[in-house]
Design a protein around this ligand. Structure first.
Ligand code: FAD
Length: 439
């Protein structure tokens, strides 16, 4: 029992550190960058053109809340992204045409690097470094632009067997071949326990203490009894953390059909997330993982070109991004160590990667447009984080960053989603601790 208490106090520190870093530093910075910069606000993806590759589509969501408002009138887009513009540029090229110079004006000598291999009429193949199935985001491809600000991730009413089936298919991708257990398991199980520690300290949930502690202990025992390798563990946590984060958002912005008002639904949150300490832990795990990837980017940003608008290269966007990367490095201390992955079994890396690519393809089976938009974006965000952590060298100053624009947009928006989840989880636990304050 004593060591269990120690585990809780020791690892809860990390959770508290994330809470503090998030509320005091990263949440405001992320909220600002995804809301106020064109670069991170507009996302281009193939939302409608890719059929579900695993089963025939049935049960599409017809609710208005499931619909996505796409940007059909390109006049609403920054000029640099309009298809007439993109169409004039060759795939994979560095944009250095006179036209572009005109558009960029005199203020910059930068050029905009276009995504590679995106003009293919068939689905582009994932490249050896990709952890997701790439989208066709070329100007003349089937992709659409959406404003992420105008299509918030929230409750849509997409429920039932169709939605469950998609999640089930995603979790099935976690079926790695049996592998030897690694010592890392006991470390990660301590982190699982950290979710138990966090609500204890933060939300003063006296009545729930024992129950949550027991839940965490059960999760830990189950984990320890399994023959689980690090890679499978990490894969599962990413998926489960993403799932819990999505659930948190839909509970936070829930539509009360009686009143027609949007607001938090504590009971639904407890049912989907709050009663499962391991799910909360996985949200924090993902926060640490994505923060680590973003932090690593700080060395690369000097050479990354943000073409935000026709007025030219947007130094402001870069500065904002750099602040986030530096803050993520300074204040988020994640236990996630990419070097421990695939060390004992290098062959698992390809398996891990191809299974993650499959998860991204399963997203096309999601029968609700809004859910598919955010699902695809977040899987791309995690895939980008994995690519940065596993494929980019640490000493990278001056190296060309092999990231497409949409990967960067997805990464930062996924970080923002996790940041919002962490703040919502705290809010829900406060509500739980002070039920009298709920209106
Ligand atoms: P589900 O959330 O469908 O979960 C299925 C089963 O998975 C659960 O019964 C449980 O056993 C297990 N499970 C649940 N959470 C976890 C976890 N964190 N870790 C491990 N196991 C878990 N709905 C919206 O309203 N808005 C959205 O933006 C939205 N986006 C979605 C995106 C995708 C990609 C998908 C597939 C669905 C989305 N949905 C969205 C639907 C939503 O996720 C749920 O499927 C729906 O609310 C029904 O929930 P449920 O309680 O039946 O369980």
């Amino acid at each position: 029992a004593a060591s269990h208490v120690e585990d809780i106090s020791e690892s809860s520190y990390d959770i508290l550190a994330i809470d503090t870093a998030n509320s005091q530093k990263l949440r405001p910075l992320l909220e600002d960058i995804v809301t106020n910069t064109d670069f991170f606000k507009y996302y281009r993806l193939d939302l409608y053109g890719r059929p579900c590759p695993f089963w025939s589509d049935e049960g599409m969501c017809g609710n208005r809340a499931c619909a996505v408002d796409t940007i059909d009138d390109e006049d609403h887009l920054p000029e640099i992204w309009r298809s007439e513009y993109l169409g004039r540029l060759s795939a994979g090229s560095t944009i250095e045409s006179d036209d572009l110079d005109d558009a960029l004006g005199d203020e910059t000598e930068e050029s905009c690097v276009r995504d590679n291999d995106l003009h293919a009429p068939v689905l582009p193949q994932s490249r050896p470094m990709d952890y997701c199935s790439p989208e066709d985001v070329s100007g003349d491809g089937p992709g659409v632009y959406v404003s992420l600000v105008d299509n918030p991730e929230r409750y849509t009413g997409y429920v039932g067997s169709h939605a469950n089936k998609v999640w089930e298919a995603i979790y099935t991708e976690n079926c790695f071949p049996d592998s030897s257990r690694s010592s890392y398991v006991s470390q990660t199980s301590q982190q699982f326990t950290s979710a138990v520690g966090r609500p204890l300290g933060q939300a003063l949930m006296e009545g729930n203490k024992q129950r949550i502690r027991e839940g965490g202990e059960r999760g830990r025992q189950a984990l320890n009894s399994e023959n689980t390798c690090i890679e499978k563990n990490v894969f599962y946590k990413i998926i489960s953390g993403m799932h819990a984060s999505i659930s948190t958002h839909l509970c936070n912005e829930f539509l009360d059909t009686d009143t027609g008002e949007w607001g938090p639904n504590l009971d639904l949150f407890m049912e989907k997330v709050g009663n499962f300490p391991d799910r909360i832990a996985n949200v924090y795990f993902n926060y640490g993982l994505v923060a680590k990837a973003v932090a690593k980017l700080r060395h690369y940003l000097e050479d990354f070109t943000f073409c935000t608008n026709a007025q030219g290269y947007d130094a402001d966007t870069r500065r904002k991004m750099l602040r986030i990367a530096v803050e993520a490095d300074r204040s988020v201390h994640s236990h996630f160590d990419a070097k421990q992955m695939f060390r004992d079994q290098p062959e698992l890396k390809e398996e891990f990667r191809s299974r993650f690519v499959n998860v991204s393809r399963i997203m096309d089976c999601t029968g609700c447009d809004k859910c598919r938009l955010w699902g695809k974006l977040q899987v791309t965000g995690y895939a980008t984080a994995l690519k940065i952590l596993f494929e980019l060298p640490d000493d990278c100053t001056g190296q060309n960053i092999q990231l497409q624009r949409m990967e960067m947009v997805a990464l930062i928006n996924t970080f923002d989603r996790l940041s919002k989840s962490v703040s919502s989880i705290n809010m829900f636990l406060e509500m739980l601790a002070h039920p009298d304050s709920i209106p």
